[in-house]
Ligand binder design. Structure first.
Ligand SMILES: *[C@@H]1O[C@H](CO)[C@@H](O)[C@H](O)[C@H]1NC(C)=O
Ligand SMILES: *[C@@H]1O[C@H](CO)[C@@H](O)[C@H](O)[C@H]1NC(C)=O
Ligand SMILES: *[C@@H]1O[C@H](CO)[C@@H](O)[C@H](O)[C@H]1NC(C)=O
Ligand SMILES: *[C@@H]1O[C@H](CO)[C@@H](O)[C@H](O)[C@H]1NC(C)=O
Ligand SMILES: *[C@@H]1O[C@H](CO)[C@@H](O)[C@H](O)[C@H]1NC(C)=O
Ligand SMILES: *[C@@H]1O[C@H](CO)[C@@H](O)[C@H](O)[C@H]1NC(C)=O
Ligand SMILES: *[C@@H]1O[C@H](CO)[C@@H](O)[C@H](O)[C@H]1NC(C)=O
Length: 888
């Protein structure tokens, strides 16, 4: 799992035809991004044994047991929060013996959390800047936040903890200070500016962020003071904010620090904790997901970004948003986009809107230069420009979006002197793009085509960028109000409902640190998440803090359905991307009907839960008659037909709907009464189970003046049948898994290695679906495993549940690596983007013992989803060609 901040903008996902083997790095990239040798060991939480002292002695018991077993360890951190987390982060020489220590509840690896590059850094501005125009606060209108504000509800008295990159609390809209009496009441810096993830954190009390900006953008969405020339205001600008900083200016954070920040926010009495970060995991089990969920279970609101991996399709849920009881948040596009206009001289043409909150800093009109005169070119400027390209320093260079990253295109043009760029769209969504430090921006496809054609016709035109008076908001009729393409699709592999709800997260104007320009437009589930956190504060202020426990249900049951397109007759967007839909704060505040629960998980066909009950409570003073109906949403073809791989996003939808039956379709509920309603579901019939159709929809509960709903989700196939290991040649052009030899080619039979320096083999493998347990072992050379295994070996089912030390009677020589709760891979072309995994041999087993001279094969085992860890038949296996170790 890789976690990251969830604000970004990206171009079309780059899906390589085949990835060359030569690009594979000779280093282990674990499928779940673990920090080598570090574990969060959770102790059994023995309630009622005399409070904290008893727990402190639990730690001592653990350390004594480790010493007794001669296991070297360092204590990195201790956790002592009964009911949520009692345990420690340890650096360990050997993890294998820990499971048998009395009192150990769970062992989870520490996970590294990288931070992506910053986008949208504007140079300088103030709220009085004439270059920008008032935001029309369309995001507040879309969600009924404007109505709550009009009623005087602004989140007063509610405390929101933001776990992020810190906050520039010196920003005038964020209160110009920190401490009692300020908007930002306090917080903590767990890491310090210089923290990179691999050096020692230097914590202090000051969570000021002047070098990153992500947390400041998040804070503005929650708390920006109204009454500014930008026209922006936070969703809960009356609330108090605490800032928990866990990223330095660049680099990584490890998830033991996320756990620490969650616990600190909990102990500081935050009513709401919000995290705009995460990375693909697909399971509900990482330490930070588990701790976040337990805090939510204690009656606090925890909102966490769903992820920005929509391009990779279904089954790609982000952790810690996967935590069972947290509110994971998807992103809906703003219905209007803050833009600037450029103007054209020399021919008649309307001003050209470009996607920036502030004007590009280009002072005089410039002629244009197009890198291709073909307005349909797919890979414009992806390769170095031709030798006869003129010096481009005096031009605005026009490039078409597509195939490679924006910065590749810009690098290629900059190599010819270019310094100002317009990138025109190719059908992708009109949202902020990632251009590094270049003066570059996105314009529409039609404006781009106009410029390219004018260039091709050798028209004498120039483009200028007015430095004031050119700001406006472009109504977004194409994708405004729809799910953002980048918003991640669930569900989790264990069939939990992710995301829970959505908020506005595409094209959001908010605050940045003063040093980074004060204001900027960004996109991401990072922006949708604080919006929902702020909305939660409005509800808690209005209904009291006890409303926290049922807040997710309230938001889900009052949310609005999100369409999949602007075309009539298309199905609603799959609930595996929109969750229960776009939150509607005014409805949540005013509803007289309480429907519960907010979501039904029907699981897969093998574990189908087709009978469910929900309740309708009438809190009004008159009897109300409710009408029940079924509103289906699109069924996601989550796996490509005829393939083992996930469909890329936008995931294709069908109208293969579930059948839903009610005992009654009209129910009258007396004032104050609660009535249970049984519902029977039947999964979609006649569908192609090999496409793993993820279906869902809404049970609509309609009363005069208000409509509520319960959202359901299931998959019309058995997850245990789903192929896990990629055994095709589609990705690398050679069949995998594969053992690579010292030179990086696929190894032949009986290749020998000295295991010195680079003379080691490497295992290359990918997963088409998640696995709760993966193990790489060495077995003797003469081993063979039968492909059809049915043996059931219940006797070896020891805790924690792991495969036994032999497989199909093949003895295991030693274990190379074990990984729990592994996500599937993406189809990105690099391992950094989770395209594939490698295991580079070190000459030793996982426990540090050297591999002896001899001849071996690698046995890889991956547990199928919903498989029983103790049942050999529930694993997929692969056996490598034989190889020799000649020196030890
Ligand atoms: C705009 O660019 C000029 C020249 O490159 C530079 O001197 C100036 O500081 C820039 N202005 C802003 C607001 O960044
Ligand atoms: C920007 O350009 C659009 C048309 O391209 C026009 O409708 C709009 O009025 C312009 N706004 C400003 C502030 O120039
Ligand atoms: C192009 O237009 C500019 C003014 O817009 C003019 O000064 C210049 O002479 C023109 N050049 C040609 C080659 O027509
Ligand atoms: C779905 O079924 C599997 C297998 O029994 C179970 O582990 C999982 O928790 C279930 N999911 C939900 C959301 O109930
Ligand atoms: C290795 O040996 C196996 C079994 O003898 C054979 O099927 C396979 O083709 C051989 N592979 C190579 C690369 O020679
Ligand atoms: C590797 O060593 C073994 C045993 O010494 C030998 O039989 C085999 O031929 C060697 N393989 C190659 C490819 O040289
Ligand atoms: C490490 O693993 C190897 C292979 O399984 C085993 O032979 C050895 O005894 C183990 N070493 C320790 C210290 O447990």
């Amino acid at each position: 799992m890789k976690l990251s901040l969830l604000s970004l903008a990206f171009g079309a996902a780059c899906v390589a035809a085949t990835v060359p083997l030569s690009s594979v790095k000779k280093a282990t990239t674990a499928p779940n991004n673990v920090v080598e040798g570090e574990y969060i060991v959770e102790m059994k939480d023995v309630q009622g044994l005399g409070g904290k002292r008893a727990f402190a002695s639990m730690h001592d018991t653990l350390y004594r047991s480790l010493r007794k077993r001669d296991i070297a360890f360092d204590v990195k951190k201790e956790y002592n929060q009964p009911g949520i987390m009692v345990g420690a982060t340890l650096k360990l020489s050997d993890v294998t013996q820990i499971a048998s220590i009395a009192g150990v509840e769970a062992i989870r690896p520490v996970i590294a959390v990288p931070m992506p590059k910053r986008i949208n850094q504007f140079s300088v501005s103030s709220p009085k800047d004439s270059r920008i125009t008032a935001d029309s606060e369309t995001t507040h209108v879309m969600t009924g936040v404007d109505k709550a504000h009009a009623a005087g509800v602004t989140g007063e008295g509610i405390k929101i903890g933001i776990i992020d990159t810190g906050i520039d609390y010196n920003h005038p809209l964020l209160g110009s200070g920190i401490g009692a009496g300020f908007k930002v009441i306090g917080g903590y810096d767990f890491v310090g500016d210089a923290y990179t993830g691999s050096n020692t954190p230097v914590p202090d009390d000051d969570p000021l962020d002047t070098c990153n900006g992500h947390g400041t953008h998040v804070a503005g969405i929650i708390g920006a003071n109204p009454g500014n020339d930008f026209g922006i205001s936070g969703v809960a600008y009356g609330a108090s904010i605490a800032s928990y900083r866990l990223f330095g200016c660049s680099g990584f954070v490890s998830d033991d620090i996320i756990v620490e920040a969650l616990l600190r926010g909990y102990n500081d009495g935050m009513d709401i904790l919000t995290l705009s970060l995460g990375g693909v995991e697909g399971w509900t089990e990482s330490s930070s997901a588990v701790v976040a969920s337990r805090i939510a279970g204690q009656g606090r609101v925890v909102t966490i970004a769903a992820g920005n991996d929509g391009a990779y399709g279904s089954w790609y849920a982000s952790s810690p948003g996967t935590g069972v009881d947290v509110i994971s948040v998807g992103s809906v596009n703003n219905i209007a986009i803050p833009v600037q206009n450029a103007t054209v001289q020399g021919v008649e043409h309307d001003p050209i809107p470009y996607l920036e909150a502030l004007p590009l800093n280009i002072s005089s009109p410039r002629p244009i230069y197009a890198t291709s005169t073909d307005t349909t070119v797919a890979d414009d400027a992806c390769n170095p420009l031709p030798d006869d390209t003129p010096d481009l320093s005096g031009y605005i260079v026009v490039i078409r979006r597509g195939t490679c990253t924006f910065t590749t295109k810009l690098d290629n043009a900059a190599a010819k002197g270019a310094n100002a760029f317009l990138i025109y769209n190719n059908g992708g969504s009109f949202s902020a793009i990632s251009v590094g430090d270049y003066t570059a921006t996105l314009i529409s496809e039609s404006d781009g085509a106009f410029l390219v054609n004018a260039f091709a016709a050798k028209e004498n035109i120039t483009v200028s960028f007015p430095q004031s008076g050119a700001a406006w908001t472009l109504p977004d009729d194409t994708v405004g109000g729809l799910m953002s393409d980048f918003s991640t699709y669930g569900p989790t592999y264990d069939m939990y409902f992710k995301p829970a709800v959505s908020g506005p997260g595409g094209n959001i104007l908010s605050t940045l640190p003063v040093a980074l320009g004060s204001y900027g437009v960004e996109s991401g589930t990072s922006m949708a998440t604080p919006f929902v956190a702020g909305s939660a504060a409005l509800v808690l202020q209005s209904k009291g803090k006890d409303a926290a426990k049922s807040l997710r249900t309230l938001f889900q049951t009052t949310a609005s359905n999100v369409a999949s397109s602007k075309t009539d007759g298309e199905p609603l967007q799959t609930v595996s991307q929109q969750g229960a839909g776009l939150i509607q704060v005014d409805r949540a505040l005013s509803t007289k009907t309480v429907v519960s629960p907010g979501q039904f998980t029907l699981n897969d066909t093998e574990h189908f839960e087709g009978f469910k009950t929900f309740t309708i409570k009438n809190t009004g003073s008159k009897a109300v008659t409710y009408k029940l109906s079924h509103v289906p949403a699109g069924t996601a073809t989550s796996i490509q037909p005829g393939s083992i791989f996930a469909s890329d996003g936008p995931v294709p939808l069908t109208t293969d709907y579930a059948q839903v039956t009610f005992g009654l379709t009209k129910i009258t509920v007396l004032p104050g009464a609660i009535v249970p309603v049984p519902v029977w579901f039947k999964a979609p019939q006649g569908v192609d189970a090999s496409t793993y159709p993820v279906y869902g929809g809404f049970i609509q509960v309609e009363a005069p003046g208000e409509t509520l709903k319960v959202t359901y989700l299931g998959v019309a196939a058995s997850l245990k049948d789903k192929a896990v290991v990629d055994t095709t040649d589609e990705y690398f052009g050679v069949p995998i898994p594969a053992l690579l030899d010292a030179s990086g080619d696929v190894a032949g039979n009986d290749t020998n290695y000295t295991m010195q320096g680079d003379d080691v083999p490497a295992l290359l493998y990918r997963f088409a679906f998640g696995s709760a347990h993966v193990r790489l072992d060495l077995v003797p050379k003469d081993s063979s495993v039968s492909p059809t295994l049915s043996k059931r070996d219940w006797w070896n089912w020891w805790w924690p549940q792991k495969p036994s030390n032999s497989y199909d009677k093949v003895p295991i020589v030693g274990t190379l690596a074990e990984y729990d709760y592994v996500p599937r891979n993406s189809d990105a072309s690099t391992s950094d983007d989770n395209g594939y995994n490698t295991y580079a041999f070190t000459g030793s087993f996982a426990n540090g013992t050297k591999i002896a001279v001899g001849e071996y094969k690698v046995l890889m085992r991956a547990l199928k989803v919903a498989g029983n860890p103790a049942n050999e038949a529930d694993y997929e296996t692969w056996l490598s060609p034989a190889f020799g170790v000649t020196v030890a």
